[in-house]
Design a protein around this ligand. Sequence first.
Ligand SMILES: O=P(O)(O)O[C@@H]1[C@@H](OP(=O)(O)O)[C@H](OP(=O)(O)O)[C@H](O)[C@H](OP(=O)(O)O)[C@H]1OP(=O)(O)O
Ligand SMILES: Nc1ncnc2c1ncn2[C@@H]1O[C@H](COP(=O)(O)OP(=O)(O)OP(=O)(O)O)[C@@H](O)[C@H]1O
Ligand SMILES: [Zn+2]
Length: 458
Amino acid sequence: MNVYEMAMTLTSDDAKDWIYKGEGGANLVLGYCGSSPFLVGKVLRVHKVLRGEARSVIECKRLFSDCEQLVWGDIPQLVKSTSKEIAEQVFAVQVMGRLLDSKHIDGGVPIFVTKEFLELVEKNVHTQRPPCRLHATEVDLLSHSALLMSDHSVFSSGSLKDNVCVAVEIKPKCGFLPSSKFIAKQNAVKKSVTRFRMHQLLKFHQGEISQPSEYNPLDLFSGSREQINQAIAALFSTPYNNFRIFLNGTLIFGNLDGADSSKNTVYSANQSGEIAASIEDQIKVLIQGECGLRLASFIELVSEAIFRSGVLDRLLAVQKLDVFDIEGTIHVYYNLISEPCMVCKNLGDSESVQKYYWLHTLSFEESLKIVRDFLIAATAKDCSLMISFRPQQKSDSSHDFIHLESSKQTFDYKAYFIDLDIKPLDKMVHYYKLDQNIVSFYTQCGIQVNNDTATESL
Ligand SMILES: O=P(O)(O)O[C@@H]1[C@@H](OP(=O)(O)O)[C@H](OP(=O)(O)O)[C@H](O)[C@H](OP(=O)(O)O)[C@H]1OP(=O)(O)O
Ligand SMILES: Nc1ncnc2c1ncn2[C@@H]1O[C@H](COP(=O)(O)OP(=O)(O)OP(=O)(O)O)[C@@H](O)[C@H]1O
Ligand SMILES: [Zn+2]
């Protein structure tokens, strides 16, 4: 059955029931505030386009290029998708769901939306959109559909009234150090300093953030309770677009936009104290205990959920499908598009030429697999994890749960990945250039590198 057949159409009359929830670079996310039982506890993910991007270009653009049809050819439903929303749903469920465990995936349901609905919604949320996002992007009024998903910032999407829920959203980014032999000698630092750390320093230099994040993805993915705890504590200090907390679906910590303002979210000692006190106060509906201890208990709860669920172990395994690193995969990409390799063209020494030559001898089938795995890994490096908690309800013990000794309470929890979008093949050159910029900035700055907690002299 076509997914649209069981769905519905949102028209101008429905627009008033959809409120601003958040947005990233590519999508605007709306929360439902109406009373339709089918929609309570749902969010709507609406596509955006770059402001001013020629409509005719978008209209003509096919969903998948010829080469992408080959890359994803063994998932017929994906390449035959008739809308971006269907492609997103199929990719999330059939590709990412199989790798990450379908229990943590919500593909959503594509539903029809009229142009008038999109226009009205865009107008209604206008004042809440962060200026930088508003300036750069607008709702794609030519979309005929949007993705309806469960709101993972609440525990149970059916009835919001019945219980208290605190949820965290974490964008963990890449959790391992690459070891590919195709990493050039001058870029060897990539094997000892995380991409996240180096990118933070570049963003700081470019004025995008006011201080590099204290968060270290290696801690979060370490599998050690103590290090996971450290990672969560660091996310509290510098949340940027990597960390948010919601109370009953409303943001209480971090920023909605995931863009400039959140990238500038650095708290002074005073502010940190005030914010910690405010969070302490707000989470008392979930966590019992003395004031001053509840936040630490909450961090312990989040860490324990990550530790016990193993959800990041799976994510890490998917990220590691990027075996060759972009420095190897970029050559293979040129095999696929049947164009002369722009990287080999600029190689100086014959040793490197020989090293990369091997990649150009791979068969088309082998090249397809390498690039495909790289793109899947790219999605896994950019997705977010939402974990929602509620006090355990005796009547319903079917959920995963955690007993927290510090507050002597038991909590149900659920973990879902969001933003499992397919990455376009034509982003490969961008990936290569950005990687080279990140690493060359780091090395040129004369940073003393011994390990990931290197002494930096910026
Ligand atoms: O390249 P990165 O690591 O900066 O990741 C981009 C993200 O930046 P950030 O996490 O802030 O560093 C970026 O996030 P922001 O827009 O900066 O919040 C997007 O997630 C982007 O993906 P897409 O182009 O929307 O599909 C992301 O692009 P991809 O690399 O995942 O394609
Ligand atoms: N199913 C959901 N439940 C609750 N909140 C959600 C859900 N999906 C998205 N959100 C909120 O909306 C924000 C933007 O969503 P999303 O990350 O999907 O946008 P995007 O444009 O694809 O992001 P990116 O810039 O990373 O590509 C998220 O950070 C999250 O706070
Ligand atoms: Zn090459």
